[in-house]
Design a protein around this ligand. Sequence first.
Ligand SMILES: Cc1cc2nc3c(=O)[nH]c(=O)nc-3n(C[C@H](O)[C@H](O)[C@H](O)COP(=O)(O)OP(=O)(O)OC[C@H]3O[C@@H](n4cnc5c(N)ncnc54)[C@H](O)[C@@H]3O)c2cc1C
Length: 449
Amino acid sequence: MNDASGLNATPAFSHRVLGPNSDESIIAALRAELKSAASQNRPVVVGAARHSMGGQSLARNGAAITFAAPKCEPDRAAGVYRVQAGTRWHEAIQVMDPLGHSPAVMQSNSDFGIASTFSVGAHGWAVPYGPFGSTVRSIRLMLADGSIMSCSRSENAELFSMAMGGYGLVGIVLDLDIDVVPNTFMRPSYERMSADALSERFVRRLSDPAVKMMYGRLNVARADFFTEALLVSYRVDPTPAGGLPPVARHGALTGLTRSVYRSQIGSESAKRARWLAETQGAPRLGSGVTTRNTLLNEPVANLGASPAARTDILHEYFVPPARFNAFLAACREIIPKAKAEFLNVTLRSVAQDDMSVLSYATTDRIAAVMSFSQVMTAEGEADMLLMTEALIERVATLGGAYYLPYRLHARVDQFHRVYAGAARFTQRKRHYDPGLLFRNALWDNYLAA
Ligand SMILES: Cc1cc2nc3c(=O)[nH]c(=O)nc-3n(C[C@H](O)[C@H](O)[C@H](O)COP(=O)(O)OP(=O)(O)OC[C@H]3O[C@@H](n4cnc5c(N)ncnc54)[C@H](O)[C@@H]3O)c2cc1C
């Protein structure tokens, strides 16, 4: 098996896809898998889209389980939706849209599993939210012994705080009760500025209650690298007399055609052209008014396929706003020296998360999501590793964090410096899973020892 990076070919003992069966039969199948794996001392790992990039959804010679059982139902009395673990976001949105609802928080792409989103502690670009887990009311979690625990902030809270951003290491999420908000028309406004002016403006826009979604971009052409910024904020627009149009599955965040995005590989002029299109073309082209659900329903395919022998690798850094300009200076110094092609950076807000044991937002953060195209060779790997280590070093010094679902290129000491809750996580995981049934590459590399 492999994940989206294409760099993690891992032998699996078995791979079971749990399709659209009844709740009871899924639970029975999971219990049988856990029992059999325990008797053979094999690890168990669950995944959905396997878009994590460092073997977080893979276990060497393990029993792999893929949840592929979409189910999403409103619970009108509780004002939440109950979603089965493997449901992808675009499937949930299809259910919510006709009922006038929209996920309160989800990542920028809708192909991913909803339990995965909780398990990596993912965040989105709706404001003023923290990670997705802050909008999850409760989960049902199957522990290593097959027992099922209901977990929330008030019930089995420790398990909830370890499962949120815990990469499937304490148990298998069966389903989640998640918050929604009204689906609305959203109107963007575009502001251009120097990159060094961005963080102050970003924080100011966050304090405007009318702003409901927001992202930033920086230019990535080497000549003007990270010197100019674009901030796009969305406010609610009145619903037209005929009501809202149904959700479309093309998204709106990328704002680029696949070919323009891909043509940036090896072409500085394409990067400059893209920046012009995004900062000058898009604001002039129509109003950009669309529904919240259409904004969220962006498929990964919008980024286009990576050319053969290359792979797209993401990084993400979470920076205290007051240190953001020092972070930009570090990026200007470190990134252009690397051979990897820098394709994109998107900036988001993540509010403080005091819930997850492995929290990356111990204070409010500006998140910088970076996308690189890397050659799939030992040289390409070494180049990426050196750059990542250097960036993490600087971010850690600034009091920030890096994100865990990507390549496992941080040094072990860097991981523990950034994730202060890691030792407690390991200790309590050993309590809940004494046979260490739930293991993956993240556990093996950083937490096991
Ligand atoms: C193009 C792209 C855009 C992205 N945008 C964002 C973004 O905007 N914000 C953000 O925060 N992240 C973002 N990410 C990261 C993304 O959220 C994670 O990679 C996420 O894990 C992807 O979901 P998945 O279904 O592929 O997860 P998988 O890779 O299948 O699984 C991820 C982890 O969750 C665990 N897991 C999965 N299902 C369960 C379950 N039922 N019970 C327990 N554990 C489980 C797995 O074991 C694994 O450790 C992005 C990634 C990509 C590639």
